[in-house]
Design a protein around this ligand. Structure first.
Ligand code: PLP
Length: 417
């Protein structure tokens, strides 16, 4: 008898389909039934505005270089080209008063991979704390790694969930079980909540006291409009306890181009079984050299162009479109009596669903009555039930149309009730 190779049992602990795949399927089914429907998506977090000219020009120049023997480049440095790491260190950190050096920065093909892969340098026995609701990648990547335990009554038994309630502006309290890894996302996906300096200071102090490491996801920092930190390293002592993830996806329309980076500070040490200390930066460097062959030269030249004067001006113009959309959505949903937050430092608006509906009920209602796609909050965790997430990434015209349709549908529903 042939004995088949065994699957990684951890994968059997994953729950359902990946949320956005499920939404796409619902959308496709609706479209198949109603081919003429003009569906507008305020659901999936992809951007609509094209790359800015400064980025396009830099990438075209880099492509031309790749076509000449004198300037052709093969495998690049696994950590990323120094020109980009220097630009990041200067503009994303030094200019904001943070001391982050290029050798603490690792360029990648996006934050999703970094966030998922970073836990590889930590023991699988380390307890993980996650906000609820939360970006599903934090949960699923730890389930795959075997840190979750079983899924019982709607949650994983080994995770420490940090519920984020509306009464507390969707901000979590400190954990009570001293987890080793804490995921913080600010501005938050999905709630749009952003942590201020005082709140972040509390988290850094807590991590220092307990020996935890904060995985700080700053993928949406470019959307901050108020006076709050863009980086956790704006907090004193954070370099000893935090790893920070960035993405060019939403900042500069790189969702398809793919580029991001992670900061692994030299001050951050992990403990070995024998009680010694080891540098997280060295472990991550070793990991990347083994498993990653670098982000492409052309893409890194494009990312570098984001930091030029022209690039900055151009991306701010694009971000301005999304910011305006966010405010229009926020105002629109509030106008029809739905409670809503986010949208000010974030492209996400977190909306309470009408009484008597679940998140998925409201998803189906909006699709049926307004041909608008939202993301059901329950897909982000148990505390997301009763909410949906709307995103500001569509065009101004489509966003205005979607808000108009949503308002009409909700008004009709509430008047009937
Ligand atoms: N982090 C958060 C909170 C996100 O919402 C996303 C993408 O939607 C990412 C990270 C992934 O970004 P990237 O496109 O760089 O992989």
């Amino acid at each position: 008898m042939i004995i088949l190779a065994h699957c990684n049992e951890n994968f059997n602990d994953l729950q359902g389909a990946y949320l956005f795949a499920k939404i796409r399927k619902e959308q496709e089914t609706y479209k198949a039934n109603y081919p003429d429907a003009d569906i507008i998506s305020l659901g999936i977090g992809d951007v609509t505005q094209p790359l800015v000219p400064a980025v396009v020009e830099a990438m075209m120049k880099a492509v031309a270089e790749m076509g000449e023997a004198e300037t052709f480049r093969g495998y690049g440095p696994e950590q990323g080209y120094l020109f980009l790491r220097e630009a990041v260190a200067l503009h994303d950190f030094k200019d904001k008063g943070c001391d982050v050096s290029p050798d603490e920065i690792f360029i990648s093909d996006g934050a999703k991979c970094d966030i998922s892969n970073m836990q590889e340098i930590f023991a699988t026995s380390d307890i993980v704390a996650i906000m609820d609701p939360v970006y599903p990648v934090y949960v699923d990547s730890n389930v795959m790694a075997g840190r979750s335990g079983k899924f019982v009554n709607g949650s994983y038994e080994k995770f420490e969930y940090l519920p984020c309630y509306e009464e507390c502006d969707f901000k979590a309290n400190l954990p009570s079980h001293d987890p080793m890894i804490i995921y913080l996302c600010s501005p938050n996906n999905p709630t749009g909540t952003a942590l201020n300096k005082k709140e972040l200071t509390v988290w850094v102090k807590y991590a220092k006291q307990t020996g935890s490491v904060i995985f700080f996801d700053a993928a949406y920092e470019a959307f901050i409009t108020e006076d709050i930190p863009h980086s956790i390293y704006e907090i004193e002592g954070a370099k000893e306890v935090a790893i920070e993830f960035h993405s060019f996806s939403k900042t500069a329309g790189f969702t398809g181009v793919r580029c991001g980076y992670v900061v692994v500070p030299k001050e951050l040490k992990l403990e070995t079984k024998s009680g010694g200390l080891i540098s997280a930066n060295e472990l991550w460097y070793r990991r990347q050299c083994t498993k990653f062959n670098g982000c492409s030269y052309v893409v890194q030249r494009g990312a570098e162009a984001v930091y030029t004067e022209a690039g900055q001006k151009q991306i701010q113009k694009t971000l301005g479109i999304y910011r305006k959309n966010a405010l229009a959505i926020l105002a629109g949903v509030k106008e029809v009596g739905l409670r809503a937050s986010g949208g000010i430092n974030s492209p996400y608006i977190w909306v309470s669903v009408p009484d008597g509906m679940s998140s998925w009920d409201f998803f189906h209602f909006l699709l049926r009555e307004a041909q608008v796609i939202c993301t059901p909050g329950s897909g982000f965790g148990p505390c997301g039930e009763g909410y949906v997430r709307l995103t500001a990434f569509n065009t101004s015209e489509k966003t205005a149309m979607a808000v108009k349709r949503l308002k009409t549908a909700v008004k009709k529903y509430t008047n009937k009730g």
